[in-house]
Write a protein that binds this ligand. Structure first.
Ligand code: FES
Ligand SMILES: [Fe+2]
Length: 413
């Protein structure tokens, strides 16, 4: 009864997807990843469906934080690769990821009110927080047997520093080793202890492909030009210093750059990055961490910024080829890990508002360039692209994408 819900690898691909994968394969051997991904990867609904089935269904997707299911019986609903899922804190005290699809006839089950069981809205079959069937009205003598055999499909879950990651692929390699590069960053935050203020997700999707979203995040070249006035304090180019990249090894799932700040302990203020951070610097961080901001992309669904006063994170959930939900202090509100000492400050709400305002100003500068990048994917004059040294992370993202696409392609042969 517990079939994996991920769609099986299909042997056939649509001609559009086949053509794009062939183009990507040529990049691999002829171009050394030095050109942009083909435009169709950003514009073709069929290619988006391929990515949902083969990338988002087979990689670790961050869905939220353990604080969101702090107590037994807590629940929140999410979506991974178009699949409705429930994250629960079970009767056993553990965090569970369950498919929200009822095992009777497939209705979608919502989170219940606190203290109630999971209940399907159609015929009121009920399940406990670990997904085990507990009741099936009017099913007569069959109920006892059903209780023993029926349960909501359990999904792969992994906790990473309080973040909840889900993978629809039962055979996926574990997440932790793929993020080893980020481990040294955590000690100073965890020595103080940090608590999440989860992000609100945008009500309406952003009108561009998810890759445009994360490329904008990881691009160290654009801040000097797009973010004039809001990002000058954390520049990619600075005398005697500047952006630093990290190497990527196969299986690595963190694309990282760090930039210096003009003075230590800076952070987000109401007009962008600056010296008087609204969230105070965390004293247990290393001097290096208090003088730089580290931007980490965890493809395909998450980005993080390790700053002296906070770890700010964005969750990304694509809904269509040019429809991308996102939640963070840039786009909506929240998405912070903060020490209790910051959360307890009497003017904490004002500080949050200042960070949201500063992030919003940076975002307002990004929106038009993202719209432009997406629109240009339809142009007959679109170039193949040229990458400079400040665009290392974009090339690394291409390598990550090509590996993901080719893994899927090879598995069908
Ligand atoms: S579909 Fe869920 S109880 Fe019938
Ligand atoms: Fe930007």
């Amino acid at each position: 009864m517990d079939q994996p819900i991920v769609s099986p690898r299909t042997k056939t691909r649509s001609p559009v997807v086949q053509q794009l994968l062939a183009e990507v394969a040529r990049m691999d051997f002829a171009d050394g990843y030095t050109r942009m991904m083909p435009a169709g990867c950003y514009t073709e609904p069929e290619f988006f469906a391929f990515e949902q089935a083969e990338v988002f269904s087979r990689t670790w997707i961050c869905v939220g934080r353990v604080e969101q299911v702090a107590e037994r019986g807590d629940c929140f609903a999410w979506e991974v690769a178009g699949e409705p899922i429930l994250i629960t804190r079970g009767e056993d005290g553990e965090v569970h990821a369950l498919s929200a699809i009822c095992r009777h006839r497939g209705e979608i089950i919502p989170c219940p009110e606190k203290g109630r069981a999971l209940r399907c809205p159609l015929h009121f079959w009920t399940y406990d927080m670990q997904g085990r069937l507990s009741g099936a009205p009017r099913m007569g003598d069959a109920v006892a047997k059903l209780r023993q055999t029926v349960r909501l499909t359990a999904l792969r879950i992994e906790l990473w520093h309080g973040f909840i990651f889900v993978n629809l692929d039962p055979e996926a390699a574990p997440l932790g080793p793929s993020l080893a590069k980020l481990e040294p960053l955590w000690a100073g935050y965890e020595a103080t202890g940090v608590i999440a203020v989860p992000p609100a997700m945008s009500d309406t999707p952003l009108p561009w492909n998810w890759k445009v979203q994360v490329e904008n995040f990881t691009d160290a070249y654009h801040p000097e030009f797009v973010h004039h006035g809001t990002h000058d304090f954390a520049p990619s180019i600075m005398t005697g210093d500047g952006v630093r990249f990290t190497d990527m090894t196969p299986g690595d799932n963190a694309i990282v750059r760090s930039v210096p700040m003009k003075t230590p302990d800076g952070g987000m203020m109401n007009d962008g990055w600056g010296p008087d951070a609204a969230f105070p610097a965390i004293p247990t961080l290393t001097p290096e961490q208090r003088s730089r901001v580290t931007f980490a992309m965890l493809p395909p669904g998450m980005t993080m910024m390790f700053a002296p006063g906070t770890i700010a994170y964005t969750l990304i959930r694509p809904a269509g080829v040019t429809a991308t939900y996102a939640g963070s202090d840039r786009v909506t509100y929240g998405g912070w890990l903060l020490p209790k000492s910051t959360i307890d400050l009497p003017d904490f709400r004002d500080r949050c508002a200042a960070v949201r305002e500063g992030g919003g100003k940076i975002w307002a500068q990004d929106v038009p360039v993202n719209l432009g990048m997406q629109a240009a994917k339809n142009s007959r004059y679109l170039p193949e692209g040229i990458y400079g040294s400040l665009e290392t992370t974009l090339q690394q993202f291409n390598v990550w994408l090509i590996e993901a696409y080719q893994r899927a392609d090879k598995a069908t042969r």
